[in-house]
Design a protein around this ligand. Structure first.
Ligand code: NAP
Length: 300
């Protein structure tokens, strides 16, 4: 239980509703900022403006999955209120206050570091990334269906990268009957791809391996699908780039060559906001419980 813990949830999208629901169940004291247009009747939680929150009493701040933008603004889909996460605001919090977000950026890093508060990026955790890879793979299936006129079954698909997303994506498309090859650079990854009964290839040989594909799914957050790689692809190839912005594809060259290339960020929040929210809520509640327990023990 989180009885006695004060959590400020500031902004976000539908995923935060699952966080609110979970933390309410666990009896946390919640201050919701940026939710004034939310119709949902969360009994017992207080909706407030950012300047109304007593940050001296806040044990944890939960920011949207994307944290802030580079000017510190906090996005919310449930309000028109303009909210900025500042050093001034964070300085009001007690020293033990922890800031939670999915990812971070230079602005957020700078603010949290200068005030000396702990910052947890939930999406850096292996468990969250692996759970999130499930809706990501389902969203990728949706995109491939939407942008091709043949079945996935029997299609030749190259997946680039065997990280948390790459492995789930490769497995999902193979289960649908696609002929999947996976490009990686580490020998243990090539061995794992072979163990999964998929076709492994070294990324050094990428140009050779895209000559006969229908779909290329990139998960590598570096420029890997270069102009010279795209030049070798059949004209009908669909490129889906899942890597975080700006992706790993030379989109300018793809467009010039007439190859359809799509950057597809944030699929879990698009195709399964409830599941994506539950993934965040479950891990967050475990971390808050552990934090509360530790503080109680330290007080003894
Ligand atoms: P990950 O577990 O770190 O996997 C990344 C993969 O890329 C690894 O196989 C890594 O191989 C490879 N890689 C990294 N740099 C490389 C380079 N310079 N050359 C060749 N290979 C390289 O990350 P993940 O969790 O799978 O996430 C992958 C990307 O998808 C991230 O950008 C993440 O933000 C994004 N993502 C997108 C969505 C969406 O909805 N579109 C959802 C979740 C995640 P090594 O082990 O050899 O380094």
């Amino acid at each position: 239980m989180l009885t006695g813990m004060h959590v400020a949830i500031i902004g976000g999208d539908a995923r935060q509703l699952e966080v609110i629901r979970k933390l309410m169940e666990l009896d946390a004291k919640l201050s919701l900022v940026g939710f004034d247009q939310l119709d949902h009747g969360f009994a017992g939680v207080t909706k407030m403006k950012i300047h109304e929150v007593d940050f001296h009493d806040v044990d944890a701040i939960v920011l949207p999955v994307h944290g802030t933008n580079m000017d510190g603004e906090i996005q919310t889909v449930f309000s028109n209120e303009k909210m900025t996460f500042t050093e001034e605001l964070l300085r009001q919090t007690p020293a033990h206050c922890t800031v939670y977000s999915g990812i971070t950026n230079d602005y957020l890093d700078r603010v949290v570091k200068s005030v000396g508060r702990k910052h947890v990026q939930l999406f850096e955790r292996d468990d969250v990334a692996i759970y999130n890879s499930i809706p990501t793979a389902e969203g990728t299936v949706m995109m491939v269906i939407q942008h091709t006129d043949v079945t996935i079954h029997g299609s030749r698909i190259a997946v680039l990268g065997l990280g948390r997303v790459g492995m789930t994506v490769a497995r999902t498309f193979a289960a649908l009957g696609a002929r999947v090859k996976v490009g990686a650079r580490r020998s243990e990854h090539l061995a794992r791809i072979a163990e999964m009964a998929l076709e492994p290839f070294h990324l050094n040989d990428l140009e050779q391996h895209v000559k006969d594909i229908d779909v290329c799914i990139n998960t590598i957050p570096h420029l890997i699908v270069t102009a010279s790689v795209i030049a070798k692809m059949p004209a009908h190839t669909l490129i889906i780039d899942l890597a975080s912005k700006p992706g790993g594809t030379d989109f300018r060259y793809a467009e010039k060559r007439g190859i359809q290339a799509l950057l597809a960020p944030g699929l879990p929040g698009i195709v399964a906001p409830k599941t994506a929210g539950q993934i965040v809520a479950n891990v967050l509640s475990q971390l808050l419980s552990a934090d509360l327990k530790k503080r109680k023990e330290n007080k003894k």
